[in-house]
Design a protein around this ligand. Structure first.
Ligand SMILES: *C/C=C(C)/C=C/C=C(C)/C=C/C1=C(C)CCCC1(C)C
Length: 254
């Protein structure tokens, strides 16, 4: 596990160039720009969460380490995108939609792996659980992106995206994943599974609502949309991984 000790300073070094370009071409962050400031605060929260999950991965039992390292990757990938998105926002005033999708296409599948990993740390789970969740997230994001970027009709993109999301919800509420959790997982893992399942339902609902308002119901202003997406990401990434951390530490101390 000694490589992890190097990973922590290494990830800081990787972030430094990203940090240093703040305001390099767009001027400085305007203190009255609430959305710009929310991009900045969340960038830092994602860095702090990354360090926390990596450090904590050193103290949990071996079988829980992967879950925490994957959690740290989710917040690390998000941190880098947040620094970048803030810069796009500050220098252009436009929504950094493409970069949100690049972030999502990496972090959402990683979060789907977490459902599989926390169950696999305590019981036998079929690989199909992972593949179905992975497939559902790809359909959801590719449908949404094609619609937002104008490659296909916005409503068709929305319908494809919703189908992917509903497929994921079925798996975690009524499919094999939910059965494995209810039948064979210890209490702390079931409770993490339930928190994660509700985050995927309620926290995630913010994104299709934003899409609907922005592209199908006459348009939403970029300020509100970005602010809402930013707050949603704190819940959907940091709180999601904290639920995993709670189960991992409880099981390791048991
Ligand atoms: C950290 C980022 C997360 C958890 C992003 C999640 C994104 C979604 C749940 C997006 C969902 C969408 C639909 C359900 C319908 C169509 C459009 C999307 C892609 C916005």
């Amino acid at each position: 596990m000694s490589f992890l000790k190097y990973l922590i300073p290494a990830s800081f070094l990787a972030l430094l160039p990203t940090l240093s370009f703040a305001g390099s071409h767009g001027g400085n962050l305007d203190p009255s720009d609430a959305v710009g400031i929310s991009f900045w605060i969340i960038s830092i929260a994602m860095v702090a969460a990354t360090v926390f999950f990596l450090m904590e991965s050193l103290r949990v039992k071996g079988k829980w380490r992967t879950s925490l390292v994957v959690g740290a990757l989710v917040t690390l990938v998000a941190a880098v995108h947040y620094f970048y998105m803030r810069d796009v926002w500050v220098s252009t005033g436009a929504s950094p939609t493409v970069f949100r999708y690049v972030d999502w296409i990496i972090t959402v599948p990683l979060q789907m792996i977490e459902f599989y990993l926390i169950l696999a740390a305590c019981t036998a789970v079929a690989g199909g659980v992972f593949w179905r969740l992975f497939l559902g997230s790809l359909v959801m994001l590719i449908g949404g992106y094609l619609g937002e970027a104008g490659f296909i009709n916005a409503t068709i993109g929305f319908v494809i995206g919703m189908a992917g999301w509903i497929f994921i919800l079925y798996e975690i509420f009524a499919g094999e994943a939910s059965k494995v959790s209810a039948d064979s997982a210890p209490e702390s893992v079931q409770s993490a599974f339930n928190t994660m399942k509700w985050i995927v339902t309620i926290g995630w609902a913010i994104y299709p609502i934003g899409y609907f308002m922005g592209y199908m119901a006459g348009g939403a202003d970029a300020n509100s949309l970005n602010f809402i997406y930013n707050i949603a990401d704190v819940i959907n990434k940091i709180a999601f991984c904290l639920a995993i951390w709670a189960a991992a530490t409880t099981e390791s101390d048991a």
